[in-house]
Design a binder for this molecule. Sequence first.
Ligand code: NDP
Ligand code: 2IT
Length: 458
Amino acid sequence: MILKRADYDMNDLNQKLESFIAGLKRRNPGEQEFHQAVYEVASSIIPYIANKPIYQDMQILERLSEPDRVIIFRVCWQDDKGNIRTQRGYRVQHNNSIGPYKGGLRFHPNVTLSILKFLAFEQTFKNSLTGLPMGGAKGGSDFNPKGKSSNEVMRFCQSFMTELSRHIGPNKDVPAGDIGVGAREIGYMFGQHKRLSNEFTGILTGKGMEFGGSPIRTEATGYGTVYMMNDMLDVKGQTIEGKICLVSGSGNVAQYAIEKATQLGAKVVTMSDSSGFIYDPDGIDADKLAFIVDLKTNKRGRIKEYADEYGVEFHQGKRPWGVPCDLVFPCATQNEINGKEAATLIKNGCYAVSEGANMPTELDGIRIFQEAKIMFAPSKAANAGGVAVSGLEMSQNSTRITWKEEELQVLLRDIMKKIHDNCVEYGRESDDYVNYLKGSNIAGFIKVADAMLAYGVL
Ligand code: NDP
Ligand code: 2IT
């Protein structure tokens, strides 16, 4: 569908949105997560460009909803028993208008093209919000690292990188970690790329400190998510201190969200993994967090072991959203808060959400949060700290100088504050409610859209 010139009528805008999404669904059948992510962005952008004909005439939103390219490849590897295993590998290079493609790699059995397209689309807006020169991409595989030996993971990573290496480069596309891809996997993939190319260049971020990594990249996503919460509360003259917080997930993002929230005086009472959640009413302090980091990063164990260790409740197969709280940090995966759960959270006292995971709240849930006028920082703003420090890792690699941790701490804090303030600038409604979703979509869109305008028809 071609979006036409200015029209302020809401019905007409809704019709444009529905017809735009109908076209998207026709072109991308069955890709539910991709439809969801584009719908969420288009619902902010279509009204925004209603009186900006240049964006409509140049078909910016339509072009932004089509990845630049999608690469799909076979990944064969041999397990410890000598069996040959076949997986699928992907890289979705969504948009490189404002910098090289940039975004994580996810290894998880539920990875599909739809999931990676939604993530790459979101990444484009998120990366723009950081203010750094990075385009948007995402990749990964349906490989399941759980239960695999380190040798199996190494063989898979080497095989995956053998193909991926043709498509990446420090000025072309710079992947990083995501679910199932942490320091170990990045090391194996970086090593394989170095071997194949006979070059030592910054083709991945999240690297070990010995080989071009950046201070605080590991902590950055979780810390940033808490900074965003802090800044939202600050607008209301509040702080995070003393607040009861729910966190989901127990991986990289969850761990450092808990660390920062706890350092700032909050009490985090839940954590989860795909088998269920733990509820620790006394709060997860630094010692308990160290147990979790060791359990998840080194032993690769299950969250239930925390409940066994500290004698707290474990709720098998459940998510933590029924626990009364002030603040919520979903840090596991997409679509982990539905409309019913959002309503329960509000009923039980929650008044602010900062999304560490990508798209953890379903569209219904977002609607319920916004109708209740609670503070809601969407993932593309709230978890941008990780990719921001990745961008700073790229800068350090280009200059071959590693910056001091204190400098990076200041830069991360500053970037998150700017993202927050941008959301307020573009998201404040007539009743003074700050719609962070709208603000982040518009602020992220403008820079990419204006670069696309400069390039003409590409
Ligand atoms: P990790 O692999 O370190 O941890 C993922 C956590 O989420 C684990 O606790 C995992 O449990 C849980 N999880 C994963 N899939 C599911 C599922 N289908 N249902 C329930 N729980 C699930 O990943 P990260 O912490 O890096 O990533 C978490 C989220 O944050 C993702 O949405 C990611 O895209 C996002 N993100 C990550 C960034 C980063 O820098 N790492 C940056 C920005 C966003 P289990 O072990 O049982 O699978
Ligand atoms: O979703 C994300 O922003 C990430 N997984 C991090 C991407 C990156 O390039 O650091």
